[in-house]
Design a protein around this ligand. Structure first.
Ligand code: FAD
Ligand code: 2HG
Ligand code: ZN
Length: 487
């Protein structure tokens, strides 16, 4: 233990001691933005799936970088853990306080929602960490640009959270993930010192890439307060197809062929018959074909306004694949029809969560496999779950062009991770990654070393120790704080 002033330790013997830090924090952000009422705190304390929950000493809601600086200075001096939180849509339990044991404060960054004018010359924009993805999209589209990352949680997920998790999403095949969009950052270190590089320089070889390091750091290295983001040209000429296939191997053949043929591929998503059935039942959607198929691909192409008819180009490409591969296909261009097809894929997460509310929260395993191992993985993961947890339900879907599958298992208790262990070991054995896009959080910390090896994990720990020696930033997340002098 390092020297935490007695007066600032939560659970100290007198109530006034417990409140001293909160009193000082109230002077920084105003009493209305230090939330201690358990009913109001609750939505900040439970993760989106309901699998991870804890109790915060308070929720604090700063409105500016300078307030974040002051809060961190005080919490650092007091040795009080901070859990940074954006939209709380993360799926690995990294944004909620669980078993901290040190009275963590949740710092919600949502009020950092400033949007600067789009820089039309560079095609970049600077925004606050609390801006939601949907608000960012509206903002930049209004200025004739678009943002390269999109995901189903767009109405709540924030830019800060997306950078902290290095979110991937639905358009990675074309534009890359968050790391590829971040041109610069402003962030506040654990002790309240601010680092900033928001000039938007595309060429900038001046030492370690701090923005790159913060991207994917899951709130363990700094609190991200602002970001400079690269924008992309809008591609409004869109077509969406759902293609029915017999096997995953056929689907992979289709992906290879379409990638070679179409330069306009925006998304290539996969789902399976049982997931589609659940989505149709629970979200009231219509299946795309009269006769179900085993595997479905959702494909979107997007081009500039003057480009040739996208539906024609896509349907010709699908027709060339032939009946050996394609069992059925439906192609649409109208926005409402496109949204309807997209719902078949995007609704998977919410209907699985709704089922989870009845049978127990889903175990969400977001993994990447090398393309050559995907078919083997799907066969083996199905056998594995059927053998280890015969009454469990398994749903698979994901971003096929990226080799990224979302393995959702419903049935095992929240703290029974035997199936998780077996699935993640299989992933590593097949040369994959235990986290494709959601991060490690609390959910996968146990398996980080299995995936990355002891040397890489020790290097991560050393970086963490250097930037946050008192381990106040998200202590239970990503890499074990062992070896760090904990307050
Ligand atoms: P939170 O959940 O609040 O936090 C996530 C992590 O980031 C935590 O560790 C937190 O401590 C840290 N953090 C948050 N803000 C900051 C900050 N300002 N500074 C430092 N650390 C911070 N993810 C994908 O990658 N691809 C998808 O396609 C996708 N689809 C989704 C669909 C649905 C319906 C849902 C519910 C989730 C989906 N997600 C997806 C997961 C989630 O939306 C992303 O992980 C997202 O990036 C989280 O953003 P957030 O603002 O909600 O972060
Ligand atoms: C998606 O691709 C998200 O829809 C969520 O990454 C995945 O629910 C999941 O497992
Ligand atoms: Zn995903």
């Amino acid at each position: 233990m390092t020297d935490v002033p007695e007066a600032d330790r939560p659970g100290s013997s007198t109530a006034s001691h417990t409140d001293a830090l909160l009193d000082r924090l109230e002077r920084v952000v105003g009493a209305a933005h230090v939330i201690t009422d358990p009913d109001v705190r609750r939505s900040y304390e439970v993760d989106w799936t309901g699998r991870y929950a804890g109790e915060a000493r308070a929720v604090i809601r700063p409105a500016s970088t300078s307030e974040v600086v002051e809060i961190l200075r005080m919490c650092h001096a007091a040795g009080c853990p901070i859990v940074p939180q954006g939209g709380n849509t993360g799926l690995v339990g990294g944004g909620v306080p669980v078993d901290e044991g040190r009275g963590a404060i949740v710092m919600s960054l949502r009020r950092l929602d400033r949007r600067d004018a789009v820089d039309l010359v560079s095609g970049q924009v600077t925004v606050g960490a609390g801006v939601t993805l949907a608000a960012l999209q509206r903002h930049v589209r209004g200025a004739g640009w678009d943002f390269g990352v999109d995901l189903g949680a767009r109405d709540s997920a924030t830019v800060g959270g997306m950078i902290a998790t290095n979110a991937g999403g639905l358009r990675l095949v074309r534009y890359g993930g968050m790391r590829q969009q971040v041109v610069g950052l402003e962030a506040v270190l654990a002790d309240g010192r601010r680092v900033e590089r928001l000039g938007g320089l595309l060429k900038d070889n001046t030492g370690y890439d701090l923005a790159g390091l913060m991207t994917g750091s899951e709130g363990t290295l700094a609190v991200i307060t602002r970001a400079r983001l690269r924008l992309v040209a809008p591609q409004p000429n869109r077509a969406v197809a759902v293609v029915g296939l017999n096997t995953l191997a056929d689907a992979l053949e289709v992906v290879v062929a379409l990638r070679a043929e179409l330069t306009t591929l925006d998304a290539v998503e996969v789902f399976f018959a049982d997931g589609l059935r659940l989505v149709c039942e629970r979200a009231g959607l219509r299946p795309p074909f009269e006769v179900p198929t085993a595997v479905y691909l959702l494909i979107e192409t997007a081009d500039r306004p003057a480009a040739p008819d996208p539906a024609h180009t896509l349907s010709e490409a699908i027709a060339r694949l032939g009946p050996r591969l394609v069992v059925d296909a439906s192609i649409v261009t109208e926005p409402a029809a496109r949204r309807e097809l997209w719902r078949l894929r995007e609704a998977h997460t919410e209907v699985i969560n709704a089922l989870g509310a009845e049978v127990g929260a889903p175990h969400k395993l977001d993994v990447t496999l090398p393309a050559a191992a995907l078919v083997d993985f799907v066969d083996r993961v199905s056998d594995l779950v059927a053998t280890m947890a015969p009454s469990a339900k398994l749903f698979l879907f994901g971003h096929l062009a990226d080799g990224n599958l979302h393995v959702n298992v419903l049935g095992p208790d929240a703290d029974d991770d035997r199936v998780d262990d077996a699935v993640l070991r299989l992933v590593v054995d097949l040369g994959g990654s235990i986290s494709a896009e959601h991060g490690i959080g609390r959910a996968k910390r146990r398996w980080l070393e299995l995936d990355r090896g002891p040397v890489a994990v020790e290097a991560m720990r050393a970086i963490r120790r250097a930037l946050d020696p008192r381990a106040i930033l998200n202590p239970g997340v990503l890499v074990s704080p062992d070896g760090i002098a904990a307050p």
